[in-house]
Design a protein. Sequence first.
Length: 144
Amino acid sequence: MKLVDSHSGVEVIERSECLALLQSRFVGRLAVVEGGQPQIYPVNYAMDGDHVIFRTGEGTKFAVSSRGGAVSFEIDDVDLHTRTAWSVVVSGWARVIDDLIRIERLVAVELEPWSAPSHDHWVAINPERITGRRVAPGTRRAAS
């Protein structure tokens, strides 16, 4: 049975399906706050259990991660033809991975950064919440 949020009228995606959707993609958007300003970065990623893993170089993403900053990570899909869409958001804490055994295991995932500069740091998002929503014809409530 589909669970529909009574406030928004959209279908709530269960955690297990959210994790399956996260496994099915390879690019998402990382949202951080740095210097009091929200910033969003596209990153390629892999999953390690329920942790989102990405690689980064020196810069904002590394700075936020090195101090265990709060982040959100989002993936989505939109089909304009069928007017359906879904999104999954992972909210939690970014941490630089310094466990060499874990890094060695993650190297096998072949998570190669797309951009040219060095991306020597491995980062894990430790999830506090994983949520998903789906909009499809018939799931939205009429305005009252």
